[in-house]
Design a protein around this ligand. Structure first.
Ligand SMILES: Nc1ncnc2c1ncn2[C@@H]1O[C@H](COP(=O)(O)OP(=O)(O)OP(=O)(O)O)[C@@H](O)[C@H]1O
Length: 609
């Protein structure tokens, strides 16, 4: 009989299990708490040096040539920009598309992307999406700004996305739109540019995919240039990591099944020949990482001249110092139509003002949408912070993992994602966990793409229920059953923390996030304490003292200094750029929101590829 990993930890501690355990250095040799006779040093954090007395932290192109009308149950937009593009008709036939072959991808039988879902135990797949707790969203504050913002919808039925897409929404078991979808879909369908900031795990992928797919279905794009071996996609979706691009591709394929809209993915680390072959077979929506796309553009295998929709997922990350030059090259220096001709959709859970300012170069008379409280730190994610010395982190982590054996979800072991700062640190921790009987895999930028995919698959399936990761896995990844996120090493930036913990507590489900804090994380004390307080989490008194100390010593440089009720605030409202109007929706009690930090601190880019 196969024993569980926690059992094998017990066995190894008893000397009967893992023979590799002896290979681990003495500090790494794990002894479960019940077999030990000592208390953890981390349980009683040393008080910080006397702090200065300090108060405790308290708890436009609007009408771009067309009117948006609400006709017969769906939004119709007379996009002025479409008329500027040659060859774009607009005879949307509800439920079908123009000249697109149902069930065929340019002569090939279309693979049913729902096949695996249907083969799965129905009760599980039902739980995944229809089990979403929409009540958790009732009290969510929403802010829109910009001129003539189209009104939100309450149901998918209110917007005619087309029969084929509607069927796919049903196949996905999406019963009603999430808050970001309620607002973003009508805004995008009306043809407006959009900067959307909404909590992690709240359904942003569908929020930008549905309008793109529906738009392509509804219009005729039959006059694409014919240049041998060059692909002319109509939509480009960029994301910062290979894994996220693959995930968006998988989702987009489900949403576009039998619509005739063809989705292709291109990302680095994988052989380019296969991707070229796919592109040659035709592409409507290209999902890509920036590096591989630049390669394809330079080889003239892709032209952006027909791009009608540009979406940046994790847009703040895409426009920070690591990626901005590549993004500018793709968007501004190649042959992509300018803002106002193409429609641009930017999505993230975090949007620092400095990045908003950069992003506005890519947009035309856009709507800003903020949904939900800061980042993902809603009540759905229970946040804990523990004082743990660097030297105690491994044994403390193993204690947490050991304790989890007792608290499986629905009789199943939940998955645990452990974030570390460096690639070497990831390797070392994975090794230590494995030799101590905790089946772990790791993922970081020094791994081959094959190794990365293998690790992710093994984690998703529960074969290795622990994944040690750098920030390469911090954003966007939607892995069901991630019950616990451990910040073994805290990031230097509170926004990175928001994205990391957002790998749990997704789509209305509960999750747990534990952070190990020590003197090395002083700059995170105040933003972390503020964030936890805003999310109604218990802030340990010692963290409050560190936060006060950090404030007084000037150690706090994080960008979200003021705290905010929203994941971001429209930077246009701060200065002379404020031409639009602002609407607030829902959100329960008042309290307004403070400044969204401003300033853009240097991000840690080393863990990214
Ligand atoms: N309307 C809906 N009803 C039920 N489930 C939904 C709905 N929309 C999306 N989901 C599910 O919610 C989960 C999270 O969605 P998604 O990955 O798009 O979140 P996100 O907002 O992009 O998160 P992140 O900020 O981490 O990238 C997915 O499993 C998705 O299938």
């Amino acid at each position: 009989m196969r024993t569980s990993w926690a059992d094998s930890a017990d066995n190894s501690a008893n000397g009967s299990g893992n023979t590799n355990a002896s290979a681990c250095p003495p500090r790494g040799a794990y002894v479960p708490p019940h077999l030990r006779n000592r208390t953890l040093s981390s349980e009683a954090p040393p008080p910080p040096p006397a702090a200065h007395p300090a108060p405790l932290p308290v708890n436009d192109r609007v009408n771009h040539g067309g009117q948006v009308t609400h006709q017969g149950g769906y939004f119709k937009a007379d996009h002025g920009r479409q008329q500027q593009q040659q060859g774009y008709g607009s005879s949307f036939q509800s439920g079908g598309w123009n000249g697109r072959g149902v069930g065929r991808e340019r002569g090939r039988r279309e693979v049913n992307p729902f096949e695996n879902d249907e083969a799965e135990d129905l009760s599980i797949s039902e739980q995944e999406n229809t089990g979403i707790n929409f009540d958790a969203y009732d009290d969510i504050p929403v802010e829109t700004s910009g001129e003539n913002v189209p009104p939100p919808v309450n149901t998918f039925a209110e917007i005619d996305l087309g029969d084929a897409l509607n069927q796919n929404i049903q196949r996905c078991k999406y019963v009603k739109p999430t808050p970001v979808q309620r607002y973003a879909i009508p805004i995008s369908l009306s043809g407006r540019d959009l900067m959307a900031c909404a909590q992690t795990g709240s359904g942003k992928t569908a929020a930008f995919c549905f309008p793109i797919i529906s738009g392509i279905m509804r219009e005729q794009y039959n006059q694409r240039p014919r240049v041998a071996r060059t692909a002319f996609p109509l939509a480009l979706i960029l994301s910062p990591t290979r894994e996220l691009s693959c995930q968006i591709h998988d989702e987009a394929k489900k949403f576009s099944y039998q619509t005739g809209v063809k989705v292709v993915v291109a990302y680095g680390g994988a052989p380019i020949t296969q991707q070229l072959r796919e592109l040659e077979r035709g592409v409507d929506i290209l999902v890509a990482t920036p590096g591989r796309l630049v390669d394809l553009l330079e080889r003239a295998r892709v032209s952006l001249q027909m791009i009608r929709y540009l979406a940046l997922d994790e847009a703040d990350r895409m426009l920070d110092m690591g990626f901005e030059p590549q993004i500018r090259k793709i968007v501004e220096q190649m042959d992509m139509p300018p803002p106002g001709i193409r429609q641009t959709l930017l999505f993230s859970a975090t949007f620092p003002k400095e990045i908003q300012r950069l992003a506005s170069d890519f947009l035309s008379s856009y709507v800003f949408l903020a949904v939900g409280r800061v980042g993902s730190s809603t009540d759905l994610i229970a946040q804990r912070v523990e004082y743990v010395l660097d030297s105690d982190k491994r044994s403390h982590l193993m204690d947490l993992l050991h304790a989890q054996r007792e608290t499986g979800i629905d009789g199943k072991q939940g998955l645990t994602l452990v974030f570390v700062e460096t690639k070497k640190g990831a390797d070392a921790l994975e090794h230590c966990l494995c030799v101590n009987g905790f089946p772990a895999a790791s993922i970081h930028g020094d791994r081959t793409q094959q190794e990365r995919e293998l690790a992710l698959r093994s984690f998703k399936t529960g074969n290795t229920p622990i994944l040690v990761a750098t920030d390469v896995a911090a954003r966007g990844l939607d892995i069901p059953r991630v019950a616990h996120v451990v910040n073994f090493d805290l990031p230097n930036d509170i926004d990175d923390y928001v994205h990391r913990i957002g790998r749990t507590g997704r789509a209305g489900k509960m999750g747990l996030a534990t952070a190990f804090f020590n003197e090395g994380n002083l700059s995170m004390a105040k933003p972390l304490a503020d964030l936890m307080q805003e999310a109604n989490q218990e802030v340990p008194a010692w963290l409050t003292r560190y936060a006060a100390r950090a404030t007084y010593s000037g150690g706090h440089r994080n960008r979200r200094s003021g705290g905010s009720r929203f994941g971001g605030r429209d930077f246009r409202k701060d200065g002379s750029l404020n031409k639009g109007t602002t609407d607030f929706h829902g959100g329960g009690t008042g309290g307004g929101y403070g400044n969204y930090g401003g300033g853009y601190g240097q991000g840690v880019t080393s863990a990214w590829d």
